[in-house]
Design a protein around this ligand. Structure first.
Ligand code: 5GP
Ligand code: MG
Length: 177
């Protein structure tokens, strides 16, 4: 296997800053906006976005959404899945919701996230932010509103996202072939 760095720590930081600026363009002071990080790894990205918005003086509520039991392939699995915590400590009714995940591939996780989200109310608008868009691989008509980086992967390739919370020395994004 080959490991190629696609976002260095510095480039990743620049990318997250740019995503924050794009969010600010559309959401202003975030009065009616909340973020939902998709468990497990979308949460790491969402925490970084929240911190950077904070450094711009913007407070955006952040919740965690677990999609395990909403996946359409949930019953097909041989080993039972362990669910992560869903934690949505605010009202999403009539809010603008930004779903945040690390990698968008077939779109099935995002579809199930929307199911999980609807249990908490009916948002006014839902957007999708992904750090990496694995292009040309969607099984469903789901497209992101904000993209950190488009990566044209073949099916055998994977994105490896390393976050300090998981014990990595630095945040870095790799392409594994
Ligand atoms: P999808 O459901 O769109 O096929 O896949 C997206 C979900 O699976 C995301 O939650 C993401 O964390 C994970 N995922 C899919 N492909 C990759 C990948 O290449 N690398 C990483 N790190 N996660 C992936
Ligand atoms: Mg997905």
């Amino acid at each position: 296997t080959q490991k190629r760095l696609i976002l260095s720590t510095q480039l990743l930081d620049i990318t997250i800053s740019r995503l924050c600026q794009q969010l600010i363009e559309n959401h202003g002071a975030f009065e009616d906006t909340v973020m939902l990080g998709l468990q497990p790894r979308g949460v790491f990205l969402a925490e970084r976005i929240k911190a950077k918005l904070q450094s711009e003086g913007i407070e955006c509520p952040l919740g965690y959404l677990d999609t395990t039991f909403y996946r359409d392939d949930f019953r097909r699995r041989e080993t039972p899945l362990v669910a992560n915590a869903t934690h949505v400590p605010f009202i999403i009714e009539d809010k603008k919701v930004v779903l945040v995940d690390d990698v968008l591939f077939t779109g099935r996780t995002v579809r199930s996230a929307m199911d999980a989200m609807i249990a908490f109310g009916r948002p006014r608008k839902v957007e999708l932010l992904t750090l990496i868009d694995r292009t040309y691989s969607r099984d469903l008509p789901i497209e992101p509103n904000y993209v950190g980086k488009h990566v044209n992967t073949v099916f055998s390739q994977k994105i490896l996202a390393e976050w300090t919370e998981q014990g990595a020395a630095q945040d870095q994004i790799w392409l594994i072939t």
